[in-house]
Design a protein around this ligand. Sequence first.
Ligand code: SF4
Ligand code: SF4
Length: 329
Amino acid sequence: MNREQYCKFLINGLSFHQKNVRFCTTLQMGPVISEYKETPEDLAKKIINLRENIQNNIIDNKIPTECENCIYRKQENYNTNKITQIYLYYWYHCNCSCFYCSYRDETKGEYSDKKKEGNNKIYKTLKELYKYNQVDKENLIVNFGGGELGVLKEFPKLIDFFLKNNVQHIWFESSGISYSKAVEKVLKNGKGVITVAVCSGSPEIYKKIKRRDKYKKVMDNLRRYVIAASKYKNDIFNIYNVVSKYIILKGFNDNKEEVEKWLLESKRIGLKQVEISMEFCWGIQTKAGQKIEEYNYELFDFAEKKCTELGLKLNKNLTSLDLMKKGVY
Ligand code: SF4
Ligand code: SF4
């Protein structure tokens, strides 16, 4: 097989978005598998058939036309043709109202603490895919995005399903506003990483960015997750799996004072790992071609220096690093 012809997502990925099912996480590119019009049984069959067709075509050096110009297509090894990556981004509702949220067109900034079902076809479709042996269970990596997992009604059921099937690893992004027992279970089993974008080191800035007065609650919940993660065997590194993220937002938190407060607070509640990121979801759409602002470089350097002093592990967001290297959005 010509390795340049394929992308690993086409072989091993499956992504459930709000409007459709795809192979990859890109919303604009790649083949759409379904728009959820079928029953879960039929949806699973459709996924199985399309995966088989695409994989056969790749053997004949043909890739889907939707992938021809994709910049993410690259040579990657794979050991199995089963599904090893599942992305669950299929709901919008959230208990937070970040001004920079990519879903604001859909949610209009509305939020609620009430739990709501996301899409009742997903769980059943996953069960079918497992039944037909499409998933490489022990090597499966699951990514939860969304929407907020804390207000997704079927979330605990999905977690129990993946844990029962011996999932390898689960990545969570969460607002951190409500504490999730299901996430706690994953952390206690050493099976996942939770990232909460706190983006601030004080209740005032938090409220301006997130439009909710929940800074203290979020910090308490992060602390509880750290305690849960520390329960995993004798593995002291498992607490690195609870991460506070800081997205640099112009006019809100783009200064060293706030970054320093964020790091001190992270340290105070027992976190070991933090992540810094540029704001690029809006940036890429609204600033295409413009220079990356200088404050991003300065704050990345400042965070690095401070983390070394405080003994925190700093994760620099990879997409941000790529953009900063290029110098333009
Ligand atoms: S080649 Fe690009 S568009 Fe196609 S599945 Fe891979 S990442 Fe998605
Ligand atoms: S927590 Fe995430 S989904 Fe919720 S409003 Fe903020 S960015 Fe949007």
